[in-house]
Write a protein that binds this ligand. Structure first.
Ligand code: PAF
Length: 284
């Protein structure tokens, strides 16, 4: 497996591979791999002859008071795990090379970033969109694989690539969960021992939304209220948002239908911000 740090080398490697044919699949990551990342890599492996994993904690998508400096990093182990999945190249650039002095371009997706994480993390999706446009170009990826846990991110990327006529297929991969239902996330590492039940309130409230909707509660405000009460009954939970939205536009839903998604962001123990989501009338 090649380990590439320089954007120029990445571009040269990708140019040679693209000329050879067989396709390139990209898995963009911020590292600190767990099983969900490995599933994305396996999915990428099925799509193309070459798999590139980018490993870059992108400073542009963190707000000033967010956890950029503390974000978990585990480069050597990440490379070992990627090699174990048969990844062809890991691209791990330095921030100063991705955003050299004088860098001033920002890619911004408008309406669908007004909601959910976009509302509570101003500038976050500009950072995500900007780095992804760079990564898509540098790696010449034919497709890129993203987890559905970051559902809004997936919708934003689909909008971005469609709007800019980018010749890349965006593949969403179902959320990978622990045995008890907790969505896998690098931020789970920050959870302390007593936090588990509170962290599980996210997944359990998705299950609860499905049960309540199946039982006839279809009014979005009523359903959101029940979920909030449930989450707040766990110690140390601080709700960022609990929203029922249309799965395509991300606009708030008035009543549950088969496109309604429940989206949640909850801070646990004042430190760990977790997100999760699921369609209300369908599992997945
Ligand atoms: O989901 C992530 O890990 C990041 O937002 C991404 C897509 C790698 C862009 O930095």
């Amino acid at each position: 497996m090649e380990i590439i740090h320089s954007p120029d080398e990445m571009a040269a490697w990708a140019k040679a591979q693209a000329a050879a044919g067989g396709g390139i699949a990209l898995v963009p990551t911020m590292g600190c791999f767990h099983d969900a990342h490995l599933s994305l890599m396996r999915c990428a492996r099925r799509q193309a002859g070459k798999v590139v994993v980018s490993l870059f904690v992108n400073p542009l998508q963190f707000g000033p008071s967010e956890d950029f400096a503390a974000y978990p990093r585990n480069f050597a182990e990440d490379c070992r795990m990627a090699a174990g999945e048969g990844v062809d190249a890991v691209f791990a650039p330095d921030p100063a090379e991705m955003y050299p002095k004088g860098f001033q371009t920002v890619v911004s997706v408008k309406d669908i970033t007004r909601h959910l994480c976009g509302a509570s993390r101003p500038g976050h999706f500009d950072g995500v969109a900007t780095v992804l446009v760079k990564l898509f170009h540098l790696t010449r990826a034919d497709c890129a694989v993203f987890g559905e846990k970051d559902y809004q991110q997936l919708v934003v990327i689909r909008r971005l690539t469609a709007d800019l006529n980018m010749d890349i297929e965006i593949i969403g991969h179902p959320t990978v969960r622990e045995a008890d239902g907790l969505a896998m996330s690098s931020r789970n590492l920050y959870l302390e021992e007593g936090d588990r039940e509170s962290a599980l309130s996210l997944y359990r409230s998705i299950v609860m939304a499905r049960k309540l909707a199946a039982g006839g509660l279809r009014d979005a405000i009523g359903l959101e209220r029940r979920l909030r009460e449930y989450i707040e009954s766990f110690p140390g939970t601080e709700i960022d948002y609990v929203c029922l939205v249309d799965a395509e536009s991300l606009e708030p839903a008035a009543a549950v239908d088969d496109r309604t998604l429940v989206a949640l962001a909850v801070r646990i123990g004042g430190r760990v911000r977790l997100i999760d989501n699921g369609l209300v009338l369908r599992d997945g």
